[in-house]
Design a protein around this ligand. Structure first.
Ligand code: PMP
Length: 582
C-alpha cells in the first residue's frame, strides 16, 4: 500500500504536539540511530535487525514462524507435529468430518504462515506512533511501549544528539560531571524514601542489581516471582523469568518460588467466585511460608504491579498489598518492575505501584525512560543502596542519560500524555468491549490506562485459548497496516501498548480494522471439546529459529547484500540534519 493510503491517519495525529506534516516528521525520524533503538521492547514480531552503515538500519517485523514445522502443525493436528500433545483440533460445526486439512480456517492459517515467512515487513524509519517500511508505507504501531512518547520524538532526538556532540563519556576516574537535572526531576514523581538512583543500561541489568541489593541487604537467598513473569533474560535474571526458563525447557532454580497469577479470567479461581482473591492469597501464603519452613531465607519478591507481560492481568490492589505484607513478614524486600507499566501509562498515576497502593523497597524502571535509548535504573532508599559500598559509583548517571531522561519527562508533561493515556485507553477498552459483544472469538478485554489485553478464544463459552486465531489476526492486521502482538502463556492475548501519543482517531482505525479482520474469519469454528487442556504444553521449536526475549523468533539466515542495498536506496527524504530539530 502506498503511503498516501494512510495519509488521513497521519493527519489526525496527536493533540498539542508541534509536529508539522509528515515531511517535517521525516526530518526528525529519518535514519537516526535512536530510531533503531525505539523499535524494541514489546516488539514480539521483530525478527531480524540489519545494521548497515552508521545511520541506516532495517528491521523486519513479521514472525509467527515459530513452533509449527508443517501446515498440519498449525492447527495442532495431533499425531504429526511438534505441537502434538493436547493442542486443540477443530472443525467447522456444520461438518462432521474430522479431516481438518479441508477446513477453510485451516487453509487460511496455512497460507498466512507461508505469506508471513515470505513477506516479512521491513521497517526503515519511524515517527511517533507510525512505522514506515522500505516502500514508505505507513503502519500504525500499537505495541512499542518502549518508544514511550513516540518514535524518534524530535525533542528526545534533539537532546540526545546535542549531548552526543558535546558530552564526554568517561569511566574509571572521578570527575565532576556538573549538575545533573534528571535525578531531581525524577525524584519529584516518587515517594520521598526512594531517594537513591542507580543507573543502568537495560531493564535486565537493573533487575540483576535489584537482586544483588536484596540478597546483600536481607542476607536471604530466595526470590518469589509470579508465574509466566518476564524480568529479563541475562544469566542471573532469567531465573526470575518463568516465561524464559519454561520456554527453554529449563529447570526452575531451587531458590526461585512461583506464585500463581491472580488471573480471574483463566486462572484456577475465577470471576464469579467471591473468594477467588482470598484463595490466591492463601496459596501464596503457603508458598512464602514454605521457604522459611524448609530452612531457607527469603530475599525478595519481584513482580510487575500490573502483570503486563504474563498477559495483562491486572491484580486486585488487595492481592498485591497482602503479598507485600507476607513478604516483609518473611524478611524479604519488595521489588516493583515498572519497565512496562511505569511513566504515566496507567493514566491515573505516574507509577503503577501507586495505583495499587503499595510502596516497593526497590523500583525497576526500564527503557521507556529513554524512549528507546538504552537506559534504566534502580530507585531505592539510601539505606538499601548503602550495601553496595564503593561500588555505588559504577551506577552513575551519564550526561546523555541526563539529557534524554529530562527530555522524555518534559514531553510527557508538555503534551499531557498521562491524561491522554487515561482517556484514549478508556476509549479503546470501550470500543473493544463493543467488539467483544459482536465476535465470539473475543473472550476478554482488560487493562488500565493505555495498556490493553484482548484474549482470543475459540468461543466465549469454552474460553479455550485460540493462539492460531490470534496469530492470524496479527497477520491480517499487518496487511491492514496495523501492528499488533500476542502474549501470554498461550500466546493468545493481543497486546496493545502503543506509544503514549496514540490518539482517539488511531483507536477508531484500529478497532475498525480489527472488526473487519474478525468479520472475515469463518464462523462456527471451534475446537473439538475435550481435545486439549486449557493450558497448552510448551512448544518445541525448530532448530532454525531461536526464541527471543519475549518469544520473538529470529531466523538466523541473512538477507543478501544486494537486497539490503536496495532497501536503503528506497528510503526517501533528506538525510538527518541536527539543525532541522530546532
Ligand atoms: N522487565 C520487564 C517487565 C520487561 O518487559 C523487560 C523487557 N522489556 C525487562 C524487565 C528487561 O528489560 P531490558 O530488555 O531492557 O533488559
Amino acid at each position: 500500500m502506498p503511503v498516501t493510503a494512510n495519509e488521513n491517519m497521519s493527519r489526525k495525529r496527536s493533540r498539542k504536539r508541534k509536529v508539522g506534516d509528515d515531511d517535517t516528521d521525516n526530518l526528525h525520524s529519518q535514519q537516526h540511530p535512536l530510531a533503531a533503538a525505539s523499535i524494541r521492547g514489546l516488539d514480539y514480531n521483530v525478527v531480524r535487525m540489519l545494521q548497515g552503515n552508521n545511520d541506516d538500519f532495517a528491521v523486519e517485523v513479521g514472525g509467527m514462524m515459530d513452533s509449527f514445522s508443517s501446515p498440519a502443525a498449525v492447527v495442532g493436528q495431533s499425531s504429526t507435529s511438534s505441537f502434538s500433545s493436547g493442542a486443540p483440533t477443530f472443525r467447522a460445526n456444520q461438518e462432521e468430518s474430522t479431516d481438518v486439512t479441508n477446513d477453510p480456517l485451516v487453509k487460511m492459517f496455512q497460507s498466512f504462515r507461508l505469506n508471513q515467512e515470505q513477506r516479512p515487513l521491513k521497517i526503515v524509519r519511524s515517527s511517533y506512533q507510525y512505522l514506515y517500511d522500505t516502500t514508505n508505507s505507513e503502519y500504525l504501531d500499537c505495541v512499542n511501549s518502549v518508544s514511550h512518547v513516540g518514535h524518534c520524538h524530535p525533542a528526545v532526538v534533539k537532546a540526545a544528539a546535542a549531548s552526543m556532540e558535546r558530552d564526554p563519556s568517561i569511566t574509571g576516574m572521578d570527575i565532576d560531571h556538573g549538575e545533573m537535572k534528571y535525578p531531581d526531576k525524577l525524584r519529584q514523581t516518587l515517594p520521598h524514601y526512594l531517594d537513591t538512583f542507580l543507573f543502568c543500561n537495560s531493564g535486565s541489568e537493573a533487575v540483576d542489581l535489584a537482586l544483588q541489593l536484596s540478597t546483600l541487604h536481607t542476607g536471604g537467598t530466595d526470590a518469589v516471582v509470579t508465574d509466566n513473569a518476564f524480568h529479563g533474560s541475562i544469566g542471573s535474571v532469567h531465573h526470575l523469568s518463568p516465561k524464559v526458563f519454561k520456554a527453554n525447557n529449563m529447570t526452575k532454580a531451587d531458590w526461585v518460588h512461583i506464585l500463581a497469577m491472580p488471573d480471574l479470567y483463566r486462572g484456577q479461581y475465577q470471576h464469579g467466585d467471591p473468594e477467588a482473591v482470598h484463595k490466591y492469597l492463601s496459596d501464596a501464603r503457603q508458598v512464602i511460608e514454605s521457604i522459611t519452613q524448609s530452612g531457607r531465607k527469603l530475599a525478595c519478591f519481584i513482580a510487575e504491579p500490573m502483570l503486563v507481560v504474563p498477559g495483562m492481568v491486572i491484580p486486585s490492589a488487595a492481592w498485591l498489598q497482602e503479598i507485600y505484607k507476607m513478604v516483609r513478614e518473611a524478611g524479604g524486600l519488595c521489588i516493583a518492575d515498572e519497565v512496562q507499566a511505569g511513566l504515566g501509562r496507567v493514566g491515573s498515576h505516574f507509577w503503577s505501584f501507586q495505583a495499587q497502593g503499595v510502596g516497593p523497597d526497590i523500583l525497576i524502571i526500564g527503557k521507556n525512560i529513554g524512549n528507546g535509548y538504552p537506559m534504566a535504573l534502580v530507585a531505592t532508599s539510601r539505606e538499601i543502596a548503602a550495601v553496595l559500598g564503593d561500588r555505588i559509583k559504577e551506577y552513575g548517571c551519564s550526561r546523555m542519560m541526563d539529557a534524554v531522561g529530562c527530555a522524555v519527562l518534559e514531553v510527557l508533561q508538555e503534551e499531557h500524555l498521562m491524561t491522554a493515556a487515561m482517556s484514549v485507553g478508556k476509549y479503546l477498552r470501550e470500543q473493544l468491549t463493543i467488539l467483544q459483544h459482536k465476535h465470539d472469538y473475543i473472550g476478554d478485554v482488560r487493562g488500565l490506562g493505555l495498556m490493553v489485553g484482548l484474549e482470543v478464544v475459540w468461543s466465549k463459552e469454552s474460553k479455550r485459548p485460540a493462539r492460531e486465531v490470534a496469530e492470524h489476526i496479527i497477520y491480517k492486521m499487518k496487511e491492514e497496516n496495523v501492528i499488533l502482538a500476542c502474549e501470554g502463556y498461550n500466546r493468545n492475548i493481543l497486546m496493545m501498548m502503543p506509544p503514549m501519543c496514540f490518539t482517539r482517531d488511531n483507536v477508531v482505525h484500529l478497532v475498525q480494522q480489527l472488526d473487519k479482520v474478525l468479520s472475515e474469519l469463518p464462523r462456527h469454528c471451534y475446537p473439538v471439546e475435550g481435545s486439549a487442556p486449557v493450558f497448552c504444553p510448551p512448544v518445541v521449536h525448530q532448530s532454525t529459529v531461536s526464541e527471543g526475549r519475549l518469544g520473538i523468533l529470529q531466523p538466523q539466515e541473512e538477507e543478501d547484500e544486494e537486497d539490503q542495498l536496495a532497501s536503503r536506496e528506497n528510503l526517501e527524504g533528506p538525510k538527518h540534519n541536527y539543525q532541522d530539530l530546532d
